[in-house]
Ligand binder design. Sequence first.
Ligand SMILES: C[S@@+](CC[C@H](N)C(=O)[O-])C[C@H]1O[C@@H](n2cnc3c(N)ncnc32)[C@H](O)[C@@H]1O
Length: 250
Amino acid sequence: MQVTKWINVLSLSSILFYVCIQQVWSGSSLNKNKGLVDHLQSFGIIQSKKVAEVMETVDRGLFVPDGSPAYLDSPMQIGFKATISAPHMHATCLQLLEDNLQPGMHALDVGSGTGYLTACFALMVGSHGRTIGVEHIPELVSTSIKNIEKTAAAPLLKDGSLALHVGDGRKGWPEYAPYDAIHVGAAAPEIPQPLIDQLKPGGRLVIPVGTISQDLKVVDKNLDGSVTIRSETSVRYVPLTDRETQLRGY
Ligand SMILES: C[S@@+](CC[C@H](N)C(=O)[O-])C[C@H]1O[C@@H](n2cnc3c(N)ncnc32)[C@H](O)[C@@H]1O
């Protein structure tokens, strides 16, 4: 009798232990996403309330393939020789572009991939603004639309202020130019001229440039139309190239 009682007590405590561990490891994805944002804030990568809010709102877990460790600060394979960029790069680019992503502004995301950053841009510029994603792999464009449909940016897809297109992003997207903010999510050997042309005076382009070594360049178009270019940091991105070269593995 005594032995049975101990076994019951032991099995109850093991069950409780298991339940607690399960809760720790499978806490809601929103909590984990918040944890990731807190981490980026504690390292000073996210510096503004606006960027923290948008990254909390757009759950990275909805943008990575099933089974990927969504909340690690690391890029992840998404197929087609492409990756979702690391959260610290998303945060860095959002910080650099924040002033050019005010409500009502126009934003272009070249190499939109999973659509994560495109969704963030769309939430920042809102329904009176315009956000365009351009990605040259049609399957990624379809997946990115499905991803965004699960987020708070879904109504913006519906009302047309956010759209994702299949195309060669090196040509930009002239239809809604000039843009206040242009982001490029893949490294160009040099800055494509159409992207500079499609930047509004006062607008900003953030683009990784280089082949073996790459720098994240910040291109500001001044009010007189001249441009100022500076390097923000060293980075490592997949190349901005043509579809065939990418699918061959570069
Ligand atoms: C680092 S990945 C995705 C980045 C995206 N910000 C994300 O986090 O999901 C870069 C993307 O650029 C795309 N890409 C490369 N060259 C391109 C081009 N010429 N035109 C459009 N997209 C391109 C790739 O297919 C890939 O999806």
